[in-house]
Design a protein around this ligand. Sequence first.
Ligand code: PEP
Ligand code: MN
Length: 355
Amino acid sequence: MIVVMKPGATAADIGAVIRKAETFGVQTHPIYGENRTVVALVGDLTGLTREVFDQMEGVSHTLRIQEPYKLASRTARPENSVIDVAGGRVRIGGSAVVVMAGPCSVEDRQQIIDIAYAVREAGATVLRGGAFKPRTSPYDFQGLGARGLEYLAEAREATGLPVITEVMREEQVALVAEYADILQIGARNMQNYGLLHAVGKQSKPVMLKRGISGTIRELLMCAEYIVSNGNYNVMLCERGIRTYETATRNTFDLNAVPVLKGQTHLPIVADPSHGTGLRELVPAMSRAALAAGADALILEVHPDPDTAVSDGRQSLTLEEFSALMKSLRRIAQAVDRTIWEPAGLLDAAGKGRTL
Ligand code: PEP
Ligand code: MN
């Protein structure tokens, strides 16, 4: 249930609604939007009727949220959520589309620093790179771990690009959150509820990837686990699902982009690299994802994909990435959006330029 406050409701009115709801033992989540404030009530609502709030000062009306994902739903918050990354250096979910790029894995110190400069030069504003890698085989490269995180931080220091990297286990959350600007939950961990709980208890933005066989509804329920633990800085990522089709590594479900935009206020990211598994398909599907309404793209880029330790087959070369950025700017214009450019990166204090 949500209690919709009148436009002029005071902090005291909102506080009174929260205290009243808490006497019924439910969890309260005030959601402050541009046009209205609501208090979302979740938990066991039996015994709580709408009349409880109807006569209270500052209350406009109450609504039942039909969807099982309450706080993530558009009903709870009709406006798009915009997530501040690295203190607002980049914002995801507004009219400017953010491009995150970098290698699948951090391979060594110089590699990640060089790629960071190169992708920034081409127009990326977030650096990706895995330090902890979820690999299908336990004998494959598992990532540089903590050392990889340090190299990512050095690359950020050098270029000003905020960093996104995967956290695989609950025990790693504190360490990864110390270095990363966005924590990535990988497809294989979409329903790792302990991990979802842990990233919900800290405040760094989280990008939750759709599970390999996850439905859109399951993805939204997993986002709800994070949000209901107090962290609203969640974005959802379509990265392809397992189907009977073998021509591509995964079936990139572009339907998910507009479906999710309709059902949630959270920003939507598209990952055409994992979605296709084939570098030659990545430019077309990146443009399609942007046209379909994605708020950000995450792309694997490598200076020499044939020697990449992971996902080389789907990694763009630096030249291909640069050419793609040019066409993305044109697509953005056609759908009344822009690309968040490196020149717009703010310093940590939210002003000035890092370039
Ligand atoms: C990755 O981003 O490199 C990755 C492992 O992604 P996913 O979890 O979508 O497979
Ligand atoms: Mn990868």
